[in-house]
Design a protein around this ligand. Structure first.
Ligand code: WT7
Length: 673
């Protein structure tokens, strides 16, 4: 299952779940972890979510969700809680109407909370803003008016390509306010990746910035947009936020954001939208080269984002200072920087830059400076800090922290314990939260005031959520063994589809356990003897690099689009810091005598150009041949053995068993890692 030149994005149809199926019997069992950490009685007493929430949800799941929906403000109440008559496309709170931006802003102001800070912003160069709910509302209203003045309506899509600055939040909420669907593209994606996302959604407007600050430098964004819009016929205008003040070229479709907003009143009469009105599209990698536009709708999404933000993070909106380090370009930024916290009237910190600028203690300095109480980040960041050393952390007073969260990939027990001891001062509960772009909100997590947590386990499904671990035929696996993670009942924030491709939605998630009607998450999991869940990572060809999802096929597609590449196979090899690192095996076209380091470097750059920096291969190995079965399928597992420097597995099914040994010898001879 490799990608062969030439290939149009996404047209090769390998896939992989079937090819690369993991036998649950081979999923390692079990972490022999016996440590338990119960919340303190004080924490437990004051907690938002108590133990009875499980029974409550269990006894009447739909009414449980209905009560959570009541935490929002609706202009028209729903007729039915759930319509599951047309699976796998759910409709939640049917007939209900609401406006997401009104829920995130206006209603707090109406409740007298307008002067509460919504966002403490800290730019990487050290510039700061603190934005109250009243101020955020005014800016969102101006932006909503500006979008309408540009002809954007509830029928349109708007692409957002911004750094981590408050305008990103304003842009998203302005879209939501007028019912336009936003598609936020992470600022690290290349012009090509951006253009293909804009085209897939048919976005009429792009909101971007001149640039942002990253690692002490200005990172220009405008030139990337300029390149992208060369091939995006749907784009009529580009709104440009002035962030760095750097030199930019301006074309006739470009408009300065600050000028467009200045012309508009700071009030906007918001209309309500149907509970199932689309809210956003977010592209994520799957098992083919073509990213899929996961789309989410309004009422159910906001209900679960707000509920989980309150319950999992135990939010006390009056006193907490919450910080989620995710970029708005990912689902975590959507649900736990924008929609969840703002729907709950939280005060949060937003930081533009990298953790090591201007020094490696920047995050801890910020926690001290703002008195952050709830902190949500990714294991890859924690492992990086562990490597940098405890002294850096010890230089700061982190005693304000009362709750810690983890997301994006399995957290190893060592990193978990370090998080607890060094960051959390041995007192703050840790919530390891499992979920996905497709689930929209947290699905598996401890309840911090209830659960006695185990280092490395996401524990169990949240109240109102139904998960199982099953074998290949869909039967529940016994405790103490492993299998595939499935979601067995619809949930409010579930994706409603893949934009423009309903079949792919069915094929990817629902076909595998069609008989049972289960959602197949693509993750392997163990359930221990207590029934607690330990996530094991992907079972398909999706890599997880620093908590970012990248498909092997996407990187293969990028590689074979280079004229010198004949064939490429990519695997995600274990990496102590980033979880996985990308290792590519490449066959060049024609005779090659050149230095493999030179071409390797060129190909790495090419992948960055095609997809973006997040997909840069850690190692590219030029090979003469790839190990294939007699039917021509690449033996990825063997390549993984090579990439991870393991003894080679079973090679008897190979057409030519010597090939892989040759590759393995080459790997040890010129290892760059
Ligand atoms: C994949 C989803 C959810 C926001 C960030 C990533 C992995 C996510 C955990 C966790 C183990 C996790 C899974 C999942 N993942 N959280 N707590 N423990 N694995 O969103 O890009 O949609 O990726 O990330 O493999 O399927 P995403």
């Amino acid at each position: 299952m490799s990608t062969t030149h030439p290939s149009a994005d996404g047209e090769h149809t390998h896939t992989s779940i079937e090819d690369d199926v993991v036998d649950p019997a081979h999923i390692d069992n079990l972490s022999h972890e016996t440590r338990r950490f119960a919340p303190s009685p004080t924490f437990a007493d004051a907690a938002f979510a108590k133990a009875d929430m499980y029974e409550d949800a269990e006894s009447d799941r739909l009414n449980f969700w209905s009560r959570q929906a009541e935490r929002l403000s609706w202009t028209k109440r729903w007729d039915d809680i759930l319509d599951w008559s047309n699976p796998p496309v759910a409709r939640w709170f049917t007939g209900g109407e609401l406006n997401v931006a009104v829920n995130c802003l206006d209603r707090h102001i109406d409740n007298g909370l307008g002067d509460r800070v919504a966002i403490f912003f800290e730019g990487e160069p050290g510039d700061t803003r603190s934005i109250t709910y009243t101020q955020l509302h005014a800016e969102v209203c101006q932006a909503a008016n500006a979008l309408e003045a540009l002809g954007i309506t509830a029928e349109d899509r708007v692409a957002i390509y911004l750094p981590m600055i408050p305008e990103a939040v304003v842009a998203m909420l302005a879209c939501a306010r007028i019912g336009a669907v936003h598609s936020v593209v992470f600022g690290g994606f290349s012009a090509d990746a951006l253009a293909s996302r804009i085209n897939d959604a048919g976005a009429k407007l792009v909101i971007t910035a001149d640039g942002g600050f990253r690692r002490g430098k200005e990172l220009p964004l405008k030139p990337i947009i300029d390149e992208a819009v060369q091939s995006t016929p749907s784009v009529e205008n580009v709104l440009v936020v002035k962030r760095t003040g750097g030199e930019v070229s301006f074309n006739d479709i470009d408009i300065w954001w600050h000028e467009a907003l200045a012309e508009q009143p700071a009030a906007h009469q918001a209309q309500s939208f149907d509970s199932e009105h689309p809210l956003f599209i977010l592209y994520t990698s799957g098992t083919t080269g073509k990213p899929k536009g996961i789309f989410h709708t309004t009422g159910g999404y906001l209900t679960q984002a707000a509920f989980t933000h309150a319950a999992v993070f135990d939010l006390k909106a009056e006193t907490d200072v919450y910080w989620c380090t995710a970029d708005v370009g990912w689902i975590t930024g959507h649900s736990y920087v924008v929609y969840g916290p703002l729907a709950n009237g939280a005060t949060q910190l937003m930081y533009e830059g990298t953790p090591d600028t201007p020094h490696k203690g920047r995050w801890w300095e910020l926690i001290e400076k703002y008195g952050v109480t709830i902190f949500y980040t990714a294991p890859t960041a924690l492992r990086t800090f562990m490597k940098w050393g405890d002294e850096i952390v010890a230089a700061h007073d982190l005693s304000s922290l009362r709750l810690l969260g983890s997301v994006g990939e399995p957290i190893n027990p060592e990193a978990w314990m370090w998080y607890r001891e060094v960051i959390g001062g041995n007192k703050a509960p840790i919530v390891d939260t499992w979920w996905q772009t497709e689930t929209g909100a947290i699905m598996i997590s401890p309840l911090p005031g209830v659960t006695a947590t185990k280092p490395g386990s996401a524990m169990r499904a949240l109240p109102g959520i139904a998960v199982d671990v099953v074998d290949a035929s869909g039967d529940t696996t016994p405790n103490g063994t492993g299998g595939y993670l499935v979601l067995t009942k619809p949930w409010p924030s579930m994706a409603r589809g893949i934009w423009g491709d309903p079949h792919r939605f069915v094929d990817t998630y629902w076909q595998r356990y069609e008989k049972q009607g289960y959602y197949f998450a693509g993750d392997g999991a163990n359930r221990d003897l207590d029934g607690d869940i330990w996530l094991l990572g992907r079972v398909d060809d999706v890599m997880n690099v620093s908590g970012h999802r990248i498909s092997t096929a996407e990187v293969e597609s990028a590689l074979v689009s280079h004229p010198r590449v004949a064939e490429a196979a990519v695997v995600g090899a274990h990496d102590d810091i980033t979880g996985q690192g990308i290792v590519a095996f490449v066959i060049l076209r024609g005779q090659s005598k050149e230095d493999s380091t030179t071409i390797g470097e060129e190909l790495r750059k090419h992948v960055v150009h095609e997809i973006g920096g997040i997909a840069k291969p850690r190692h590219i190995m030029i090979v003469e041949e790839l190990p294939k079965t007699r039917s021509g399928k690449i033996m990825r597992r063997l390549l993984l053995d090579v990439a991870e420097h393991r003894a080679l597995g079973d090679v008897t099914t190979l057409a030519d068993p010597t090939v892989v040994q040759l590759i393995a010898d080459g790997m040890t001879n010129n290892d760059e890692d």
